[in-house]
Ligand binder design. Structure first.
Ligand SMILES: [Zn+2]
Length: 419
């Protein structure tokens, strides 16, 4: 059941026009103000535009709250089933590169050569940077002009969701159940669910915040933090023989005894790692902070057992040295929730196929708002939004990707409407 050319043209046009409007609004979140939501007031600038657009499209209960979360409801079409779904995306952009004064730059009928940028002749996107480019020959490739990021992460997700809502209004023959919208601030600083009102969300949600067309993510890391505090004995170095225990040097030896290749720079796909995020100290005291990541809990447990045994060994090897080891569970793999509701992932996968795209189901090497929502009891797979090379001046998106994702939303809503 594919959509008519008329509906597809409409979705393409809507998603593109809205996307170009949204990327021009500066919405960078501010890591230094992560304690307040939103971290930057400018995120309201886009939310107010979206609030007006959702009202214009006739959505109900449109509500922009004080913390910069925008909620709205599209009632089910007549005869549709009663299971509501939630669609979420984030308005902020990454602080890694400026998102101010974004000037979208188009390459029509793309010929497969490296991308260059009008405002920075040095900047190129090669096929090595983005092997996916070869899938888009003949398409239109959109990037920023070379001075800023584009903001497809995640303004493409917002544009695709609203394009689908506009299609539901214009083409009443498109069946859908109740749809609840939630546009969030501060995803890029890890605070996207900090003030979210989960009472406004239905049981089953989706984020549109993934990369290349076809991407579907329902799994993320099981994440732990570890702090290892070394307590040594400081003595004047001239009289230290058999007395001093240098916490700083023992900490360095401790790190040298860790597995060489279980680090982020040597792992990919489903491989886990230890990652040292900081080391500091002197003779008296030293502190190592690290994160431990894997997709499977028993494998993380093994890494933590390794650290525990290494601590015991170091205390034997350096009599008088005391080491405190503390683990903190940071977040869980969303799969523990998702596996109880396989249908939510299956329907997303089916919707992507119905949009004519091959599904690539991947595990996220990190955490997302969707993983946090899942663990809050709302299974939330992440669906592609189409952008590539996020958080950089090289960020780009193909015009067709906007259509593919908007079409996926339309099919997803139709599949759920049968429930
Ligand atoms: Zn994002």
């Amino acid at each position: 059941m594919s959509l008519s050319p008329e509906i597809r043209d409409f979705l393409q046009e809507e998603a593109l026009t809205r996307f170009l409007r949204y990327v021009k609004v500066h919405t960078m979140s501010d890591e230094s103000k992560a304690g307040t939501t939103p971290s930057s007031d400018r995120q309201f600038d886009l939310q107010r535009i979206l609030e007006a657009e959702l009202n214009e499209l006739g959505l109900k209960d449109v509500d922009l709250d004080e913390h910069c979360y925008l909620y709205a409801t599209l009632p089910a079409s007549p005869g549709a089933g009663s299971t509501p779904i939630g669609l979420a995306a984030h308005v902020d952009t990454s602080g890694a590169v400026s998102g101010e004064n974004v000037k979208p730059f188009f390459r029509e009928n793309y010929d497969g050569s490296p991308l260059s940028f009008p405002d920075d002749p040095e900047l190129k996107v090669t096929l090595e940077d983005s092997p996916e480019l070869k899938n888009f020959i003949g398409d239109t490739i959109i990037s920023a002009s070379g001075q800023t990021l584009l903001g497809a992460d995640d303004k493409s997700g917002i544009a695709e969701i609203i394009a689908a809502l506009a299609a539901f209004k214009k083409f009443p023959e498109l069946k859908h159940g109740e749809i609840r919208i939630c546009f969030t601030p501060d995803e890029e600083i890890g605070m996207g669910t900090a003030k979210i009102n989960t009472d406004k969300l239905p049981k089953f949600c989706y984020t549109l915040d993934g990369g290349e067309p076809g991407e579907l993510e329902a799994e993320c890391f099981d994440a732990w933090g570890a702090e290892i505090k070394f307590k040594g004995i400081s003595v004047h170095p001239g009289f230290a023989k058999n007395k001093m225990i240098n916490a700083a040097t023992t900490a360095a030896r401790f790190l040298a005894a860790m597995p060489d290749y279980e680090t982020p720079e040597h792992t990919e796909l489903r491989e886990g790692f230890f990652h040292v995020t900081s080391i500091s100290g002197s003779e008296e005291e030293a502190l190592i902070k690290m994160i431990v990541r894997d997709f499977e809990v028993p494998k993380n447990q093994k890494r933590m057992d390794y650290l525990t045994k290494l601590v015991e060994y170091f205390e034997v090897r350096y009599p008088g040295l005391k080491i405190d080891l503390e683990f903190k569970h940071q977040y869980e793999n969303m799969w523990v929730v998702m596996e109880k509701y396989p249908e939510s992932v299956e329907l997303a996968s089916k919707a992507i196929e119905m949009a004519g795209i091959e599904v690539h189901q991947k595990a996220i090497r990190g955490g997302t708002d969707g993983s946090k929502l899942s663990l809050m009891g709302h299974p939330t797979p992440n669906i592609f939004a189409g952008g590539m090379l996020f958080h950089s001046r090289k960020e780009w998106i193909a015009k067709s990707a906007l259509l593919n994702a908007a079409e996926t939303v339309v099919h997803l809503a139709a599949l759920w409407a049968e429930k």
